[in-house]
Design a protein around this ligand. Structure first.
Ligand code: ADP
Ligand code: MG
Length: 245
């Protein structure tokens, strides 16, 4: 164990009833790293991601975030979640709020920002995700790619230490996938630590430091992206790649 890891997942198991969904999963993430999590549908990727911010408490094993064990006492889970941004496949924006209001809400409610400061922050973040001109639009007036970028901006408004993405481009039309991946790539290049579940292997090649391949609840492979994409991946991982490419 490297005591200095930013995120350290150790022997995590998860059961839903008698269904053993995560089996002794261990990996670590260093500050600033981007880790891409891949694997077949049902292999436990979303569950593992949700364990990282305690949306799902692990059944066994431990997770340390910035050197502190987080799995022992779930009463502080909300404090942890405030430091970890999460982006979902289906955006999950507040439909009755426009783009800028979606982003302003958490900084005002959780971080105690004034309306004015929250508005300034939201406008800055809309620039960062390249849609400053969409501030006044409601979610249903935005394209899927724009909605997902508002969702990313909304997560960033909490100044997260870690970003979790669960198939953020899976619900998007092909022409909008790139604009979302570009924003994620820029954030990674800026040093945002992130764990991304995605099947976008172009993004994985460009942005990932490590690739973790899961199957049936187990981590089968955890390699640097150089090793993974240089033909040294396991046969099982190669087979999976061939299916999705
Ligand atoms: P992936 O994201 O890789 O597709 P999931 O983590 O969503 O996989 O699911 C892994 C397994 O756990 C699947 O068999 C799924 O049906 C099951 N599962 C996920 N969430 C729940 C839940 N809340 N209750 C029961 N079973 C679940
Ligand atoms: Mg999933």
């Amino acid at each position: 164990m490297t005591g200095s890891a930013f995120l350290e997942v150790n022997g995590v198991n998860k059961y839903f009833g008698s269904l053993h969904v995560l089996k002794d999963c261990s990996f670590s993430v260093t500050k600033g790293q981007t880790v891409v999590l891949i694997g077949p549908s049902g292999s436990g990727k979303s569950t593992l991601l949700r364990c990282l911010n305690l949306l799902e408490p692990p059944s066994a094993g431990s997770i340390a975030f910035e050197g502190r064990e987080i799995t022992g006492d779930l009463r502080n889970a909300h404090k942890l979640r405030a430091q970890i941004g999460m982006v979902f496949q289906n955006f999950e924006l507040f439909q009755h709020l426009n783009a800028v209001e979606n982003i302003m809400l958490a900084p005002m409610k959780v971080l105690g920002y004034s309306r004015l400061d929250a508005h300034d922050l939201a406008v800055d973040l809309l620039h960062k995700v390249h849609i400053p001109d969409r501030a006044d639009h409601l979610p249903d007036e935005l394209s899927g790619g724009q909605q997902q970028r508002v969702a990313i901006a909304r997560a960033l408004a909490m100044k997260p230490k870690l970003m979790l993405y669960d198939e953020p481009t899976s619900a998007l039309d092909p022409e909008m996938i790139r604009e979302v991946l570009d924003v994620m790539t820029e954030l990674s290049a800026d040093g945002m630590t992130s764990v991304c579940v995605t099947h976008e292997m172009g993004f994985a090649r460009r942005a990932a430091d490590r690739i973790i391949f899961m199957e049936r609840g187990s981590i089968i492979e955890n390699a640097t992206s150089e090793v993974f994409f240089s033909g040294e991946a396991s046969d099982r991982a190669k087979q999976f790649l061939n299916q999705i490419l």
